[in-house]
Design a protein around this ligand. Structure first.
Ligand SMILES: *Cc1c(COP(=O)(O)O)cnc(C)c1O
Length: 363
């Protein structure tokens, strides 16, 4: 059994993926070939955003977003400490400070109740993560940001395809960033990512920074980078995107079935009112996590721990003076979460054996 089955997905769409990739080999425009712009149009339409700017990874996209908002030394960005390192790592790259607030114990997204008290005169943006594939309450977050005149950047690396009150992730904030890392809900066959915005001026800046800070060739007005999305990866996205909504629906069905079967034995990822969940990870929570994980391994079922250590405990952030104990919900989550196999091709039969093994391990 596999944790994420990319091979079955490839075999299912193989003729379309191969044809798209072969077309790139034939025309040879490996950098910024026509598939890049074509994928941006298709992705923007899917997300419901005016602009999509593809980039070389979900990490690079977050850094480009901060640069486009002129976030730099002495600026503060409010975010969560229970997540992958990218969102806070990029703040260090531009010289800004991650200001952590704790997470909600059920959704593991930022606790919006703590948001306003973390805002200072140096706060430039809020960077919420849609952890495991569900969005935090963006209506509330956007309202708070607007009141204080600060930006909102959605880290939608895990939530592409999720919705809130009928709007898709990547279409609800000033800037959104996603990732096409192979294991994400919409993955390519290498590194990749994308930025989304409705704002024409920000879109122009994001585009310029992605390609060495120039708005025309050999004229560099901004500090940029090489953050381009490969044409071959755009070809993979173009082949997969027509099937994506079907996969999102399938993920929703599989996730809901897991929750129905497991709700009595452990904490399951409940879906907040108004939301749909893409279950980038299907993550349960249990006090004896390590024993359950070991028992599942013995039964041949792969699991993963996202994330075993919070960001405020990571040495790279130690100079900000955070301490163990500062974010108790995040710390407790890091000791109790366990992600189960999850992908759109998971069979009911496999799911039933996973559920049986969890029940057996919990005892
Ligand atoms: C994967 C991920 C990223 C980074 O994406 P890459 O494409 O791997 O650089 C950022 N934030 C979150 C929450 C992620 O899960």
């Amino acid at each position: 059994m596999q944790f994420i089955d990319l091979k079955t997905q490839y075999e299912t769409y193989q003729s379309e993926i191969d044809a798209r990739m072969n077309a790139v080999m034939q025309h040879g425009r490996f950098i910024m070939g026509p598939e890049v712009a074509e994928s941006e149009t298709a992705l923007a339409e899917y997300a419901g955003a005016k602009h999509c700017i593809t980039v070389s990874s979900g990490t690079h996209s977050l850094e480009i977003a901060l640069r486009a908002l002129d976030i730099g030394p002495d600026d503060e960005v409010i975010t969560a400490p229970f997540t992958w390192i990218s969102s806070s790592e990029v703040m260090l790259l531009v010289g800004a400070k991650p200001v952590f607030i704790d997470v909600d114990p059920v959704t593991f997204n930022i606790n919006v109740d703590q948001l306003e008290s973390a805002i200072t005169p140096n706060t430039k943006a809020i960077l919420p993560i849609c952890l495991f594939g569900q969005m935090p309450d963006f209506e509330r977050i956007n309202a708070i940001a607007e009141k204080h005149g600060i930006a909102v950047i959605e880290d939608a690396a895990q939530s592409f395809g999720a919705t809130q009150n009928g709007k898709r992730s990547c279409g609800v904030t000033q800037i959104a960033s996603t990732s096409f890392f192979p294991a994400k809900p919409l993955g390519c066959y290498g590194d990749g990512g994308a930025l989304f915005t409705d704002d024409d001026e920000i879109a122009t800046k994001l585009r310029a920074i992605r390609t060495h800070g120039g708005t025309k060739r050999h004229h560099h007005t901004l500090v940029g980078t090489n953050g381009r999305f490969d044409t071959l990866q755009a070809a993979v996205i173009l082949a997969k995107l027509p099937h994506f909504q079907k996969e999102v629906d399938r993920r929703g069905t599989i996730g809901a079935r897991y929750s129905d079967l497991l709700r009595d034995v452990c904490q399951v990822p409940e879906v907040a009112d108004g939301n749909t969940h893409v279950y980038a990870q299907y993550t349960i929570r249990l006090p004896n996590r390590d024993a359950v994980s070991a028992s599942l391994k013995e039964a041949g079922i792969p699991t993963a721990i996202y994330y075993p250590k919070c960001l405020h405990e990571q040495p790279v952030f130690s100079h900000f003076g955070y301490d163990y104990g500062d974010f108790p919900e995040s710390e407790a989550a890091s000791k109790e979460v366990l992600s189960l196999p999850m992908h759109p091709f998971l069979t009911e039969c496999d799911q039933d054996s996973i559920v049986a093994a969890v029940k057996n391990a919990v005892g």
